[in-house]
Design a protein. Structure first.
Length: 74
């Protein structure tokens, strides 16, 4: 599992083109805790300010690319 601090989030419903866009992504955070202007998930998906719905835990469909990155980093 990835030991770097991360945020679990997905696109808010009003920015999603459908349920497929609503999968959960894992976004690495800088060690100092600062949140960058644009978050880039482990899979390469970018999310912009105001478009993210932060999650306490994975909800719904997980992003396969993010899961693979987590598995391969172990």
């Amino acid at each position: 599992m990835i030991s770097q601090p991360h945020l679990i989030a997905r696109v808010r419903p009003e920015f999603a083109r459908g349920e497929r866009d609503r999968c959960c992504h894992f976004f690495p955070l800088p060690a100092d805790g600062a949140i960058p202007a644009v978050l880039s998930a482990y899979c390469g998906f970018d999310i912009h300010p105001g478009e993210a719905e932060p999650l306490d835990a994975p909800v719904g469909m997980p992003c396969t690319g993010c899961l693979m990155a987590a598995a391969l980093s172990s």
